[in-house]
Design a protein around this ligand. Structure first.
Ligand SMILES: NC(=O)c1ccc[n+]([C@@H]2O[C@H](COP(=O)([O-])OP(=O)(O)OC[C@H]3O[C@@H](n4cnc5c(N)ncnc54)[C@H](OP(=O)(O)O)[C@@H]3O)[C@@H](O)[C@H]2O)c1
Length: 328
């Protein structure tokens, strides 16, 4: 499996695995906990070395799952997790990146992940009440103590990224980026280039939409996050189908699947981009990994990106409450 290097030298497989869906967000799980452990270990067997989780996924149980599954394979994998939510009675009620909270989360995450080192520790959301310099300074202390290896930010704006990076080098920004979510191209990607920070795009498959497996007939279960997202209303799914048709056309021309084309487009955008598609099925991990060796001609990739931009997207990627949580 091709390797890529994040930031100041964190080597990972060119595609990682987003683990969130194993504990929340996408409705009933296709397998029980033991099956998810098998999926995580199967991903490592297939060359995936980069796993993404967070304290808030579950909350807590996703880190526990990842920790249990990967404990026997710890020396082969890079574990990324995140702090920064205020979790009470099992649900997030806001953000909290006070230094004492970051330290508390680090210690608890280390335990749940059954390890002595978090390879990449992201601030999950910017906390307007805590200067990012204090956040970076706290992570720098954790790095000095050997509890954390690399520092990351998620959904932060260009100004925040600069301020954080001035205190402690930021290895990666994890933000939403895909064929239908391109906002970071204007200001944030040039900032990452300038500072030598890598990009870990989340929801690289558009929360499943870009794979062509979601359409107007799809009925989301009540716990599915897509019931809260404007671009997934039935009307907007109908309007956004043209984008999926386009991805499917390119896929058919190259004997690939839409998911592989969506991921290959991302992989081609920068040498240090490492998407983290989420799935709970080994068959889809295998399919998605096919993107790494799918050599689409540069002209086709450019044409795809331009056509997607012309088509535009109906509906916002977040509802108002979710958007308010971002640092953007
Ligand atoms: N930093 C942040 O704020 C943030 C926010 C959201 C997500 N994330 C991270 O990013 C990861 C990925 O994002 P995401 O899960 O939101 O979105 P995603 O990776 O774009 O899409 C996940 C969805 O696509 C489906 N899927 C995956 N591969 C497929 C394939 N080949 N064919 C058809 N369907 C496929 C999955 O279903 P099945 O599971 O049923 O296969 C799931 O419903 C998460 O796991 C999480 O670690 C971070």
């Amino acid at each position: 499996m091709e390797k890529r290097t994040l930031g100041q030298g964190l080597e990972v497989s060119a595609l990682g695995l987003g683990c969130m869906g194993m504990s929340q967000s996408y409705g009933p799980n296709p397998g029980d906990r033991d099956e998810m452990i098998a999926v995580l270990r199967g991903a490592v067997e297939r060359g995936v070395t980069f796993f993404d989780t967070a304290e808030v996924y579950g909350p807590y149980v996703n880190e526990e799952l990842v920790g249990e599954a990967l404990e026997p394979l710890r020396d082969q994998v890079v574990l990324a997790t995140k702090f920064g939510f205020d979790i009470r009675d099992g649900r997030s009620v806001g953000v909290d990146s006070r230094p004492e909270q970051i330290r508390r989360v680090a210690d608890a995450s280390l335990q749940r992940l059954r390890t002595d080192r978090i390879d990449l520790f992201y601030q999950h959301r910017v906390d307007p009440a805590v200067p990012v310099e204090d956040v970076a300074g706290t992570v720098a202390e954790l790095v000095a103590e050997g509890k954390v290896a690399h520092f990351g930010l998620s959904e932060a704006g260009a100004g925040t990224i600069r301020r954080a990076h001035a205190v402690h080098p930021v290895t990666a920004l994890q933000s939403e980026y895909s064929l239908w979510t391109r906002e970071i191209e204007a200001e944030i990607l040039p900032t990452l280039d300038e500072l030598g920070i890598s990009l870990v795009p989340f929801s690289p498959l558009g929360k499943g939409f870009l794979t062509g497996t979601v359409d107007t007939s799809t009925e989301f279960t009540p716990g599915d996050v897509r019931t809260l997202i404007p671009r997934f209303t039935e009307e907007n799914r109908a309007a956004n189908q043209a984008l999926v048709d386009l991805v499917e056309e390119v896929a058919a021309a190259h004997r690939a699947t839409p998911a592989q084309v969506a991921l290959a487009w991302l992989l081609a955008q920068r040498p240090d981009i490492v998407p983290i598609p989420g799935t709970r099925r080994l068959s889809r991990i295998e399919e998605n990994l096919g993107a790494v060796t799918l050599d689409l001609p540069a002209a086709d990739l450019t044409a795809l990106g331009e056509a997607a931009e012309r088509l535009g997207v109906a509906g916002a990627r977040y509802n108002e409450a979710m958007q308010a949580m971002t640092g953007l």
